[in-house]
Design a protein around this ligand. Structure first.
Ligand code: UD1
Ligand code: CA
Length: 456
């Protein structure tokens, strides 16, 4: 069986009050449309067609990597009109699946169930029972419970409005029949639109059975029309991810204050995550890792038994086993820390490697630097890596000890087991095993007197 998925995504989304087309708003850092696309990508034998319109250039440009064909609907004349744009690309034998680009949390299991209900004799419709179905098309059934049609809210009679089974808009249908019905659509209705929902009545007239199923949870079929709904679905999505992580052996201090905006590809067990942690991009986290409150981690690989204290920002970094980071550390891209490294408060590290058991515990900037093992970098050390035009490297060899308040003016190498005296400005290579310092000799003036305040 070949599937053609049509994702309707041409609408404006006026109630978002945004310059950005609605489907480009994010849930967990991924556009709404991307969520729908990613779900449909998991269907086998599937071709994806996206009907787009509002914000056309921006939509195409933002999502240019999707393996889908794009069909522009220049004027948005209704859901039926949207599907008509694809009509000539549908094969008779296709099973056509209609999805909405602004309904991001639909589950693959629900879609598969829907598709399995389609054949020459039946059309599959996803419906949902709602306490308050206002705004939804209502599913009308006959005395025997068979679906006879869908009536849009604006066209519904008083009694039809009382029906609480809503149309999700999501359906699956045989290609040949769909094309025939699309040809017969008209816009003689309250909104003057071509309603896709009108195909239901046509199907029934052709002797086709309408088979319905419902999603496990209403959240699966909720669309995003405003930013309140967007935030609701963000929380639903985050709670699902949190549940999955907890099932896999992660302790979350508060799942409502945890955000995963990406993935953790390799996930250990006994990871403990305190509140307000954000994990973004592609990551890997080992066993027994502790992540402190208010920490932001992006595209990083974190080894076993690493402890990250509160308020750290970690972006594109590798942290070796047993290392201890923070609080208040900022690790910037291309930083690689080996095992048992200690990075303390107010330390910024960029594009540098730090070998095993080295310590940079207080108030330092280390950039474009190779740090050996067992190195101790004192408080307030700065690698001066930039002359305003070019960047230069600093090399600090194994066992070196850098005294506090030192500037290492790159390019410069500090030899093995060298000691740098506190308060030095090092501009030349410092030999191994020696003490190097550059400091004005200290003097004391024995007969010096404090100034005395002049009388007026
Ligand atoms: C539609 C259904 C309604 C259902 C509701 C569920 C019809 C006639 N009505 O109503 O029964 O209860 O969805 O949310 O189908 N779109 C286009 N081009 C268009 C019009 C819409 O691409 O010309 C897209 C929108 O971007 C959106 C989807 O289709 O993703 C649904 O459009 P929307 O206007 O929200 O549908 P409703 O009128 O609310
Ligand atoms: Ca509409």
């Amino acid at each position: 069986m070949k599937i053609t998925t049509i994702i309707l995504a041409a609408g404006k989304g006026t109630r978002m009050r945004s310059e950005l087309p609605k489907i480009l708003h994010n849930i967990a850092n991924r556009p709404l449309l991307q969520h729908v696309y990613d779900t449909s990508c998991q269907l086998e034998n599937n071709t994806i067609k996206i009907v787009y319109g509002h914000g056309a250039d921006l939509v195409r440009d933002t999502l240019k990597d999707l393996a889908a064909s794009w069909i522009e609907q220049k004027q948005q004349l209704g859901t039926g009109h949207a599907v008509q744009q694809v009509s000539d690309q549908i094969a008779d034998t296709d099973t056509v699946l209609i999805l909405y680009g602004d309904v991001p949390l639909l589950k693959l299991t629900t879609v598969k169930q829907l598709i399995s209900n389609v054949n020459d004799q039946s059309l599959a419709l996803l419906t949902v029972n709602l306490d308050n179905p206002t705004g939804y098309g209502r599913i009308v059934r006959d005395a025997s419970g068979q679906v006879t049609k869908i009536v849009e809210e604006k066209d519904a009679s008083v009694t039809e409005k009382l029906l609480n089974e809503g149309n999700t808009g999501i359906m699956a249908v045989q290609g040949k029949a769909l094309k025939k019905w699309l040809n017969q659509l008209n816009n003689n209705n309250a909104q003057g639109e071509y309603y896709l929902t009108d195909v239901i009545e046509m199907a029934v007239a052709d002797g086709i059975t309408v088979v319905t199923n419902q999603p496990e949870s209403v959240d699966e079929v909720l669309g995003v029309n405003n930013r309140i709904q967007l935030s609701h679905l963000e929380r639903v999505y985050q709670q699902e991810q949190a549940n999955r992580l907890m099932e896999l052996g992660v302790t979350l201090a508060d799942p409502a204050r945890f955000d995963l905006r990406g993935s953790i590809e390799n996930l250990g067990i006994d990871i403990v995550v305190d509140v307000n942690v954000i994990i973004e991009g592609k990551n890997s986290i080992g066993n027994n890792v502790k992540i402190g409150a208010n920490t932001h981690i992006k595209d990083s690989i974190i080894g076993d038994s690493v402890e990250i204290l509160a308020n750290c920002v970690i972006d594109n970094v590798v942290i070796g086993q047993g290392s201890k980071i923070g609080p208040f550390a900022r690790l910037r891209p291309e930083t690689v820390l080996a095992e048992n490294v200690h990075i303390g408060n107010f330390v910024e590290i960029k594009k540098s490697s730090v070998a095993a058991s080295s310590k940079i515990n207080h108030l330092s900037y280390i950039g474009d630097t190779t740090v050996g093992s067992r190195v101790n970098i004192g408080a307030g050390t700065i690698t001066c890596n930039y002359d305003g035009v070019n960047k230069f490297r600093t090399v600090i060899e194994d066992g070196a000890f850098i005294g506090s308040d030192t500037q290492l003016v790159a390019p410069v190498t500090i030899g093995k087991n060298a000691t740098i005296g506190a308060g030095s400005t090092i501009t030349k290579d410092s030999p191994e095993n020696q003490l190097t310092l550059s400091r004005v000799k200290q003097v004391s003036l024995a007969n010096w007197q404090r100034p005395i305040k002049k009388e007026k």
